[in-house]
Design a binder for this molecule. Structure first.
Ligand SMILES: [Zn+2]
Ligand SMILES: [Zn+2]
Length: 106
């Protein structure tokens, strides 16, 4: 498939060369591969190339409480059995534009 050239797989962890296929299998059998991979921080909070993965450097996110509508619907506990009542309240979590500061980069 590669035109006759065989390229052995190589593994790098945090820019450090770990080894080819044989070394990786060896590490895996000794239970060391898992430990190496655990050293890598979870991708959730990585700010790659200085671009925030949560907001794309906008510094703001749409409020998750009201979805940017500035209104939250609160269910009232009424005495009406199956009848549900809702009241509309102003969202306290976001600014006047329905945005919150990005918690990842701000
Ligand atoms: Zn809100
Ligand atoms: Zn951000």
């Amino acid at each position: 498939m590669l035109g006759g050239r065989v390229i052995p797989p190589k593994l790098f962890v945090k820019g450090r060369y770990i080894g080819g296929a044989d070394e990786v299998v060896g590490l895996h059998e000794q239970g060391k591969l898992k430990k190496l991979l655990e050293e890598i921080p979870s991708s959730g909070n990585i700010i790659a190339n200085n671009v925030c993965t949560s907001c794309g450097n906008l510094r703001f996110l749409i409020c998750s409480s009201c979805n940017g509508s500035r209104k939250v619907y609160e269910e009232k506990d009424g005495d009406h059995g199956h009848h549900h009542e809702f009241c509309i309240k102003k969202c306290n979590d976001c600014n006047e534009n329905g945005l919150i500061k990005c918690p990842t980069c701000c």
